[in-house]
Design a protein around this ligand. Structure first.
Ligand code: FAD
Ligand code: NAP
Ligand code: SF4
Length: 701
């Protein structure tokens, strides 16, 4: 059994002896047990999982990539894996994406490997051949079958073409070794080329590379075997194995075992876990996926192979990692986004300071959503991620008295960075607790991780000695003695007028989320933006909601709702019939704009919000005209047809406007006044912008 303390609490100072000097770690003995790979020993069980940042694609960005990895190496990560590099151009993820196939391309990688080694780390390069997921017309695949998420149709590889892909992998691995990498990760999951060879869904070949399972994964095994042959015995080969495809016609469980054993025999050092294809209908890493929801699948494979297994997905705090390792579910844990959020994650856990970790909330807003939009990744809770060479919080040479009005995400980020730099900061909030709108967000089912951000900021306030004044509405007089004033006073909800909008049945999302109104069983929501969707999610579930403690969802219930079967045998892909629990209320989610509600939600998460509400039978309607509310119900017109929705409540979620009552009073004070977050611009505001704006302002004061 684990002795781990729960997420979000540090042990008492007396117990917090630094466990750097020998012996098992007092809190996380399994997490900090070294792992002997035969030819080298990893210092702990944390693998930084592969994640594309967008810095891999241009040579000019490699100094930034080196700085990004160097901070994670200095932060104590046992083994780093880079984002994916293609072994040739047909394997590109996108045109001119990161690739390693020529000796001259190895030069720029040396900056990365040198930086990591100088900081005491180890790093493997991931070789990723996109196959039919390549977003370009040169893509190839085992068979000519278009992916549902890609407009391009692949060319089916000839037998000679298959051989050329294997050679490209080996060549890339050899070059990686020359560039100083400690090893490679062969990407065999997530629906990329190797995974496409493995399963009947995408491999319809009749030659020696298709047919029965051993022929289908022969390509993958050959790649590992020949890399081992070419790169020698002291080179780490991680193989990322799809343990549950989550698509129809995926692998059966016995095929997964057979592939794992063959990969082990071919010379892999570690097997990493891959969960689900990109085209799967099941979310695998979003914030609403319970922590560790998939580690059971790695645990099932453990007795079947002898080499160490790495498990993954939604592991973000040391107690979760320790529990998984202590129960013997895996030998290592992989985390990618949590190390974007906090480069010092491992060191903080080692020093028994888990409560100081800036926890990844699984939002995808600044990492994956950026990459899918062809922008560099960063992190909502840590805007320094991937900006290590340009955004630095250096000590100030001229400390000032700084007032920050509003302790929402913008004000919290600004106040803590300014104080960390040495300014004397006073932080005002009229509410009884810090967090602003995050106190509403954290109450939404599936957004429990938002508590962690507030816990992190509360710790930073204490550590940096900020003078926090809660229950205090700042006015111009209170701000007279400061050198710099930051207005982070947030937003006010937009009012909407229609016949009957003054009826007692009409309320704002604030009334509902703050518990002043408990809606009846039938509710219409005006406005289908991020908040409208969240309020719908809140209404179709029935409590419990606490302001102090998150209620982390039960992984088994979540898997049943989405139709994930970790005990799958012969039913290919690990899918079962989804069994959503009945909704607590009947909800209509309305917007005036034509088209599908939710179209503007996050690229990688919008579909999950839509699918969740659909499963809860929420009626999502676009092109709505609001005619009015009377005793019969809420009258609307859609495509010329009038209808009456028999509702008990109408909840307004119609966007927000800046709230900055102090701006005018301070305008004539002659003092520097900075307006940030929602108080600055409310349109399309999110916490990513609020935190980045607050942090960048504080870095410049
Ligand atoms: P706010 O969070 O509004 O904070 C302003 C603070 O100023 C408040 O605490 C207020 O009490 C204080 N204040 C105002 N006037 C004064 C005064 N005169 N004196 C003292 N204090 C004052 N964003 C995302 O990025 N991702 C999400 O998933 C997400 N989900 C959300 C879900 C919900 C239900 C809601 C409501 C919002 C969500 N948001 C999300 C939006 C995000 O919370 C906001 O963008 C963010 O909080 C804006 O930060 P802010 O600091 O500008 O303002
Ligand atoms: P929003 O995304 O701008 O949506 C506002 C909604 O209200 C729209 O559906 C809009 O649609 C409707 N609307 C606007 N003016 C109206 C009017 N006068 N009358 C009736 N309807 C009107 O704003 P939000 O939902 O309040 O969210 C605020 C911010 O929080 C967003 O920018 C969002 O990024 C952030 N947030 C993000 C998430 C997330 O998961 N990433 C979650 C919650 C919130 P029509 O104009 O078509 O009617
Ligand atoms: Fe995690 Fe969100 Fe940061 Fe991505 S942007 S690393 S999901 S907190």
């Amino acid at each position: 059994m684990s002795t781990a303390v729960p997420s979000g609490s540090n042990p008492p100072a007396s117990a917090a002896s630094d466990a750097l000097s020998g012996g098992p770690h007092p809190l996380y003995p399994h997490l900090f047990a070294p792992l002997d790979l035969g030819f080298c020993t990893l210092p702990n069980r944390v693998l930084m999982g592969s994640m594309h940042t967008g810095l891999e694609d241009k040579a000019a960005d490699f100094p930034k990539l080196a700085a990004y990895f160097a901070e994670r190496a200095a932060g104590g990560v046992g083994l780093i894996v880079t984002g994916g590099f293609a072994p040739n151009i047909v394997g590109w993820l996108k045109p001119f994406g990161g690739k390693l196939s020529w000796p001259w391309e190895a030069g720029k990688h040396k900056q990365v490997t040198r930086a990591v080694h100088e900081h005491g780390g180890r790093i493997c390069m991931q070789i990723l051949h996109a196959g039919r997921y390549g977003y370009h017309p040169l893509q190839v695949a085992p068979s000519k079958l278009k992916a549902p998420i890609n407009p391009f149709t692949p060319r089916a590889l000839s037998a000679g073409g298959v051989e050329r892909q294997i050679k490209a992998f080996v060549n890339s691995a050899r070059l990686a070794r020359e560039a100083g990498y400690d090893g490679v990760e062969v990407m065999g999951s997530e629906g990329y080329l190797l995974n496409q060879f493995t399963v009947p869904r995408t491999n319809k070949r009749k030659d020696g590379w298709g047919g029965e399972a051993p022929q289908r994964f022969r390509f993958n095994v050959e790649i590992v075997r020949r890399i081992r042959e070419a790169c020698g015995p002291d080179f780490i080969i991680v193989y990322r194995l799809s343990m549950i495809d989550l698509v129809d016609e995926g692998s059966t469980w016995s095929e997964v075992i057979a592939q794992a054993r063959a990969i082990e025999a071919a010379g892999a050092t570690l097997i990493n876990t891959g969960i689900g294809w990109h085209e799967a209908r099941v979310p695998t890493i979003a914030t609403s996926v319970p922590r560790g929801a998939f580690t059971g699948i790695t645990a099932r494979l453990k007795p079947e192979v002898r080499i160490p297994l790495v498990t993954t997905n939604r592991i973000n705090m040391p107690d979760v990692a320790e529990r998984i390792l202590a129960f013997g579910e895996a030998d290592m844990v992989s985390m990618a986004r949590p190390l974007l959020a906090d480069a010092d994650w491992v060191n903080k856990a080692r020093r028994q300071r888990a409560a100081d970790i800036n926890t990844c909330i699984g939002c995808n807003q600044a990492c994956l959503d950026h990459v899918f939009a062809n922008k560099h990744a960063s992190c909502l809770v840590n805007p320094r991620a991937c900006a290590e060479t340009e955004l630095n919080y250096l000590p100030t040479k001229a400390p000032k008295r700084v007032a920050v009005v509003g302790a929402g995400p913008a004000g919290l980020a600004c106040a803590t960075v300014a104080a960390e730099r040495g300014h004397r900061v006073t932080l005002f909030d009229s509410a009884e607790r810090i967090g602003g709108q995050f106190n509403l967000a954290k109450r939404i089912p599936g957004k429990e991780e938002f508590y962690e951000t507030l816990r992190y900021f509360a710790g930073r306030i204490e550590q940096t000695g900020i003078d926090l004044r809660l229950n205090t509405t700042a006015d111009a007089a209170a701000l007279a003695d400061f050198d710099e004033i930051v207005l982070a006073s947030g937003i006010k909800p937009r009012q909407v007028a229609f016949p009957g909008s003054d009826h007692a049945k009409v309320c704002s999302y604030l009334d509902v989320l703050q518990g002043r109104v408990v809606p009846g069983k039938r509710v219409a929501i005006i406005g289908a933006g991020g908040i409208g969707f969240d309020v719908a999610e809140f209404l179709v579930h029935d409590g419990p909601h606490s302001d102090e403690q998150p209620h982390h969802p039960d992984p088994a219930r979540w898997r049943a709702e989405w139709g994930v079967d970790l005990d799958y045998g012969d039913n290919r892909g690990g899918l079962s019939e989804p069994r959503p629990e009945p909704p607590a209320r009947q909800v209509w989610l309305l917007q005036r704009s034509p088209g599908k509600p939710g179209a503007k939600l996050g690229k990688t998460t919008g579909w999950i919000h839509r699918a969740t509400l659909k499963a809860k039978q929420v009626r999502m309607i676009g092109g709505v005209e609001y005619l009015g509310l009377d005793e019969e119900g809420f009258r609307i017109r859609v495509e010329g047809n009038e209808q009456v929705l028999p509702v008990d409540q109408v909840v307004i979620c119609a966007g927000q406007e800046p709230y900055k009552p102090l701006a005018a009073a301070l305008a004539d004070s002659g003092k520097p006044v900075h307006v940030i977050g929602g108080a600055d611009v409310a349109a399309e505001l999110d916490a990513k912008r609020a935190i980045a704006q607050g942090s960048r302002l504080a870095a410049s004061l």
